[in-house]
Design a protein around this ligand. Sequence first.
Ligand code: 5GP
Ligand code: ZN
Length: 142
Amino acid sequence: MTNRCIFCRIIAGQAEASIVYRDEFVTAFMDIRPINPGHLLVVPNRHASNLGEVDDNVGGHMFVVGRKLASALRHSELRCDGVNLFVADGAVAGQTVFHSHLHVVPRRAGDGFGFHFPPGYTRGTSRADLDAVAAKVRAVLD
Ligand code: 5GP
Ligand code: ZN
């Protein structure tokens, strides 16, 4: 728990939030600036600035709960034609709150949300390049 961290304060009950789910490891609450109504955040109860600091079992559990909430959104009376689950890990990836969290975003056709792809994205790359990159990643896996 860090006092300056807004998500730690929410989890400790020291700041307001609209909580939807809570267990021993994670808490889920409504995002204060929702992309669409129903936009949720699944947050580890123990402070972790980034994904690398989240325990393996808690990281996996975030996704389990994210799936459960995605299903709840699809079955709720909120409009939900699809769902994005995503994590912004690091400022350059769009992280703005440095207590790691999983976004669960209900989507609707024409909602205007999306990802911007870099120029040349659609050209793809060669198998040789993909194999070379795969080797670099494999080289540092445990
Ligand atoms: P990030 O950009 O780090 O992936 O996402 C941070 C999210 O936290 C944003 O979508 C933002 O709207 C949300 N957020 C920031 N401050 C608060 C807050 O005080 N309460 C709640 N419920 N959400 C917050
Ligand atoms: Zn925190």
